[in-house]
Design a protein around this ligand. Sequence first.
Ligand SMILES: Nc1ncnc2c1ncn2[C@@H]1O[C@H](COP(=O)(O)OP(=O)(O)O)[C@@H](O)[C@H]1O
Ligand SMILES: [Mg+2]
Length: 265
Amino acid sequence: MGKLQAAYAASVMTDSPEKPDIVVSIEDVQKHYQLDNETIRAVDGVSATVGRGEMLAVMGHSGSGKTTLMHLVGGLDLPDSGRIVVDDREINTMSDTERTLFRRRRLGIVFQAFNLLPTLTALENVMLPYLVDGRSSKEATAQAKNVLDKVQLGHRLKHRPALMSGGEQQRVAIARALMVDPVLILADEPTGNLDPSSSKQVWALLRALCEESQTTVIMVTHEANAAAHADRVLFLKSGQLSGEALPGGAGDAQLVADRYAQLAD
Ligand SMILES: Nc1ncnc2c1ncn2[C@@H]1O[C@H](COP(=O)(O)OP(=O)(O)O)[C@@H](O)[C@H]1O
Ligand SMILES: [Mg+2]
């Protein structure tokens, strides 16, 4: 490579502070539900950005709008107003087909209930995103083994979900989300059904993905321990942002827990 090309390559690869590398931009988003005579402002004017390789935790009490917000960012639902841009694509102006393909090819979505198919093995469950996208079974097998290795389940390929622990099942679900090398992983209470030690494995894995692959992760959690390992914590209250914290690791779990407890006031 010539000197000029090398300088150009370096310049486009550097994240300059003036132009941060934003993966998610949420701009004054509203999502309301009408139930009988009551309007529920599930998401009520939220704005936020999330950077490449950033791990963002979202905390808020039950009903504060966390899942609604995750669905909007993942294009599983559309906002009433405002804009959501993910990986330079505006989610709310895509056609339904575009949005489905975008989600399938660029995003990894992980739920609290692992949502694995009970009759399929770990390997087969993880292969699904490729098969649904029309890739060959050979390609799907190779990539599925690769991502199952990444979540340290290379030895569980033939296990069906019922024969795996909760923590293992959630790691299979994360492997499935990794099939497409997503730019963004959305995890809605991924550790909600897990014991403390499996829970730690799961959030540590998400943390490692941020650092090693520069994948952006948004994780909803009730656990201050998990949130303390995120780069940033956003607190939601009644559909609105209610501040943020910048924890610095395990030592800040108490700080996050205190901040979370204040949401009740
Ligand atoms: N499809 C829906 N129809 C009516 N109300 C809804 C619907 N989905 C969510 N809500 C309401 O919106 C609010 C936020 O819900 P949700 O985003 O699931 O909160 P969280 O995930 O923080 O517990 C709640 O009051 C909930 O009852
Ligand atoms: Mg929820």
